[in-house]
Design a protein around this ligand. Structure first.
Ligand code: SOE
Length: 380
């Protein structure tokens, strides 16, 4: 059957623009979908860079003004890969124009802005998704499936870390295309919105709502040069954040994130301890899931390392790739995300995580930042 073309306008040609472009190019080679993405236009600030990106990734055209992308009648899907402070205005305009929307995480600068985005997409009735790609790592999806099957029993603990070390030098500037994540105006927050948002999204998905949080935040380097103004300016972001929380199901959680953990580049780990079993996952070894089952015979009981590469159907997504034992990686999580999005649209189902679901993560981030300032417990 001929596939339906789905015309894509992607805004932002940075790191995330590349991960999404790669997914558009690959998805139909590995998944049987009704839709075929067509790379119509890439939009970014610098004309020569947008042009070069278009040539490299096979976009039919390029633009420097996002309004022009949204005004185009032939664009079906607007994909937002720009700094966080631009998400709301672009998404709301795209929703008004009736476009489907894929938006990078976090949803917005804060929950107030996020609510307006949710309102806009729901009023327009357009399919919408926020890119929390780690949900689509097969081992992470397998963890979710094992929890949903009730194998862990009552959950007691959820703990997650997201550790990096790329901002330790005081010479790293803030602002601009490469370092906007350090600029409070562009990012809205530091590690809380950038890294913990991933951990919180996965936790809410696997373990249900978080009700209360108590956080400690720190900004280790107080001033950095802003590449846009050329001036040394105060740093407004949280460089590190640790928080405790309570989940609605009675379990308790602790989360830690920093960009000052020398030696860790992108160490996202989570562990869930239940009455019957425990699960542990580590992004640096992303195709493995650690599993401990108390029901195992005591003389053989111990942590198992499951190589999540079975193509027979038991391991999520893996029947779309190679043969058992051969692994996939980070880039493929974006391919899965897109396949799920396009599959849901074709089936007339709401893609997940929607803007509304991502708003829950945003609310937790807001509560964490508020608690970080006051040092008190905050209700989400
Ligand atoms: C920041 O360094 C970053 O690129 C985040 O923005 C991503 O969301 C995360 O997946 C990896 O780290």
């Amino acid at each position: 059957m001929a596939k339906k073309p789905l015309n894509v306008g992607l805004i932002g040609y940075g790191f995330m623009g590349r991960t999404h472009s790669n997914a558009y190019r690959k998805v139909n080679h590995f998944f049987d979908l009704e839709y075929q993405p067509v790379l119509k236009v890439i939009c970014g600030l610098v004309d020569a860079e947008a042009r070069a990106f278009a040539a490299k990734w096979g976009y039919e055209s390029h633009a420097t003004d996002w309004h022009a992308v949204i005004d185009r009648k032939d664009i079906d899907l607007v994909d937002i890969c720009v700094p966080n402070n631009r998400h709301a205005e672009i998404a709301i305009a795209a929703a008004k124009a009736g476009k489907m929307i894929l938006c990078e995480k976090p949803l917005a600068l804060n929950a107030a802005q996020g609510r307006k985005m949710v309102e806009a997409v729901e009023k327009a009735g357009v399919p919408n998704l926020v890119s929390f790609n780690y949900r689509r790592v097969p081992a992470v999806t397998l963890a979710k499936n094992l929890i949903d099957e009730g194998r862990l029993g009552k959950i007691f603990h959820y703990r997650a870390n997201f550790l990096q070390d790329w901002t330790i030098s005081a010479d790293v500037p803030q602002g601009g295309m490469a370092t906007w994540r350090l600029d409070i105006k562009a990012a809205g927050s530091g590690v809380t919105g950038d890294l913990l948002a991933h951990c919180i999204d996965t936790a809410l998905w696997q373990n249900g709502p978080i009700t209360d949080v108590n956080a400690l935040t720190e900004t280790f380097i107080k001033e950095r040069k802003n590449v846009e103004t050329g001036k040394v300016e105060p740093v407004g972001i949280d460089d590190a954040c640790t928080f405790f929380c309570r989940f609605k199901n009675g379990s308790i959680g602790n989360f830690e994130s920093t960009r000052y953990a020398r030696g860790h580049k992108a160490l996202y780990t989570f562990e869930i301890n239940g009455e019957n079993a425990s699960i542990r996952w580590d992004l640096h070894d992303l195709h493995r899931l650690q599993w401990f089952d108390h029901k195992d015979e005591s003389k053989l009981r111990g942590w198992r390392s499951i190589h999540v590469t079975d193509a027979g159907g038991d391991h999520p997504y893996m029947n779309h790739w190679w043969v058992p034992g051969l692994q996939i990686g980070y880039a493929e999580s974006f391919v899965h995300q897109l396949a799920d999005f396009l599959g849901a649209v074709a089936a007339g189902k709401p893609p997940s995580p929607s803007f509304r679901e991502a708003l829950e993560t945003q609310k937790v981030c807001d509560a964490v930042l508020k608690s970080g300032k006051s040092g008190r417990w905050v209700k989400v």
